[in-house]
Design a protein around this ligand. Structure first.
Ligand code: C2G
Length: 129
């Protein structure tokens, strides 16, 4: 079984996220998502609209996602790769190069980011004019 690992906030789930998860899952047979906790988002200077539990439920409803684990720190990735016997680590291309150090543990693949959609865009478009 070829196991894939990715991370993110996945707030206000949209087709950019879904396309990423679909392509990530297609890299193997089992997709694990490290979902940023609300506390870790604060460290990323991100304020998610949905709680971690809500964002976890959204991901678990997708056919592409097999397991959701908490992402609490930047540093947990190598331990997660070992613990879950990950074959491929993948992220969207806006992260290209940032996690190449994991190449000593598993394959590292950056998937083209989907242009024209983001959680920030969604939130700002809903603001009253
Ligand atoms: N993404 C994408 N296209 C978009 C928006 C996001 O392909 N239009 C991808 C991102 O590249 C990322 C994933 O979807 O791989 C999740 O995006 P975010 O929720 O914004 O994740 P981020 O805040 O970048 O957190 O340790 C890594 C961090 O947790 C990543």
């Amino acid at each position: 079984m070829r196991r894939i690992l990715t991370y993110g906030t996945f707030d206000t789930l949209h087709y950019g996220h879904i396309r990423l998860l679909q392509r990530a899952r297609a890299l193997g047979d089992y997709l694990i998502v490290g979902l940023s906790t609300d506390e870790f988002n604060a460290r990323k200077n991100k304020q998610a609209f949905h709680s971690w539990e809500e964002r976890k439920a959204h991901l678990e409803a997708l056919r592409y996602v097999d397991l959701v684990i908490p992402e609490r720190t930047w540093e947990q990735k190598p331990d997660d790769v070992r613990l879950y016997h990950v074959d491929v680590f993948t992220m969207g291309s806006d992260w290209a190069g940032k996690f190449d150090d994991l190449a000593s543990l598993c394959e590292v693949v950056y998937l083209e980011r989907t242009n024209g959609i983001s959680s920030t865009m969604i939130r700002s478009s809903l603001q009253p004019a």
